[in-house]
Design a protein around this ligand. Structure first.
Ligand SMILES: CCNC(=O)c1c(-c2ccccc2)csc1NC(=O)CNCCc1c[nH]c2ccccc12
Length: 324
């Protein structure tokens, strides 16, 4: 048994939304390998915050069960967050069904989510030890689906300005070139965390120290250590770190170098075209590489994942990468 679902980019590839059916109601959710809560806009969300969102109505689902007294509260590094109550329902993604899946109903959501009308919630795909439900932590959709999957994996094929896909339970070899390169994952912090062994800017030599990184479909950009960020932008003459723009910008006319991350034997190339992320409207462009804010690990978000086919292997606790 498996599932294949289309991942559609919002403007500027800011996020990727996938249709999810919960108790017979279909909402577009952001699949997020950087968190572990499945939460949705619902009839419990204040009407002032529901705005033009598609909301889930548990009263209309014959399979919804309230988890009485259970609550959740999540906050993300960009200052956004949400909180609420919990129930279970039947959740279907691309033909793959999980019964009694914890579904977290938002009773409060931050403004970033209220104004993002295309996003009706998140489906967490990190490890379940990151789930925020109290008093009893809940399993993710992928953890619950694991036992019924042919292969205990899901794959991400995100694309620039065009639909991509997530597959659950199988690896579609037509979606990548060559062989998959696997690296071990340390899931002790709940992330798909692994070691990057070095980096190269443009066609320069690979250098630098090894560093820890997470594969994070829920983060838009490629967030790296400040030293690497400075090294990268030193190669773009007009680059500057702009407070008003919220990060490094450069003239849109510039030739933007590739970034290569050495992951074991695999040289993961992120083409310069993806590193010129968006236009600021004043002739400057916003970089796809930005600071990780001293997190202690790099966050390889959608900018990185668009350039690779990625296998999230829950069974063997490893990640696989291949060029597309
Ligand atoms: C910027 C979003 N990413 C993070 O905050 C983040 C951090 C993190 C922590 C502190 C400072 C900077 C980043 C570590 S792991 C990690 N990854 C996640 O938290 C993944 N989930 C992001 C969900 C999310 C946050 N704001 C949104 C706006 C639209 C769609 C999705 C989102």
């Amino acid at each position: 048994v498996g599932g294949d679902v289309t991942a559609t980019p919002e403007s500027d590839d800011n996020e990727y939304l996938c249709p999810v059916t919960i108790g017979g109601q279909t909402l577009n959710l952001d699949f997020d390998s950087g968190s572990s809560d499945l939460w949705v806009f619902s009839t419990s969300t204040p009407s002032s915050e529901q705005q033009s969102h598609t909301i889930y109505n548990p009263a209309k689902s014959s399979t919804f069960k309230e988890l009485n007294g259970f609550t959740w509260q999540i906050s993300y590094g960009d200052g956004s967050g949400a909180s609420g109550t919990v129930g279970t329902d039947t959740v279907t993604v691309g033909g793959l069904t999980v019964k009694n899946q914890a579904v977290e109903l938002a009773t409060a959501v931050s403004s970033e989510f209220v104004t993002d009308s295309a996003n009706n919630g998140l489906l967490g795909l990190a490890w379940s030890n990151l789930n925020t439900v109290e008093p009893t932590q809940q399993q993710t959709f992928f953890a619950n689906a694991g036992p019924q999957l042919q292969q205990n994996v899901f794959t991400a094929d995100l694309r620039h300005d065009q639909p991509g896909s997530y597959d659950f339970g199988f690896i579609d070899t037509s979606k990548f070139q060559g062989n998959l390169n696997y690296v071990p994952v340390d899931n002790s912090q709940g992330f798909w965390q692994f070691t990057v062994d070095g980096y190269a800017v443009g066609d320069g030599a690979t250098g630098g120290n090894s560093f820890s990184a997470i594969a994070d479909t829920g983060t838009t950009l490629l967030l790296l250590d400040d030293n690497i960020v400075s090294d990268y932008y030193s190669q773009i003459s007009s680059a500057q770190n702009s407070n008003s723009a919220g990060g490094f910008v450069f003239d849109c006319t510039e030739d933007v170098p590739d970034l290569t991350l050495q992951i074991g034997d695999y040289a993961a190339v992120v083409p310069g075209s993806l590193l010129n992320f968006s236009q600021n409207g004043d002739g400057t462009c916003f970089g796809g590489i930005q600071s990780d804010g001293g997190q202690g690990f790099a966050i390889l978000g959608d900018v990185f994942l668009k350039a690779q086919f990625t296998v999230f292997d829950q069974g063997n606790v490893q990640l696989g990468f291949a060029p597309k």
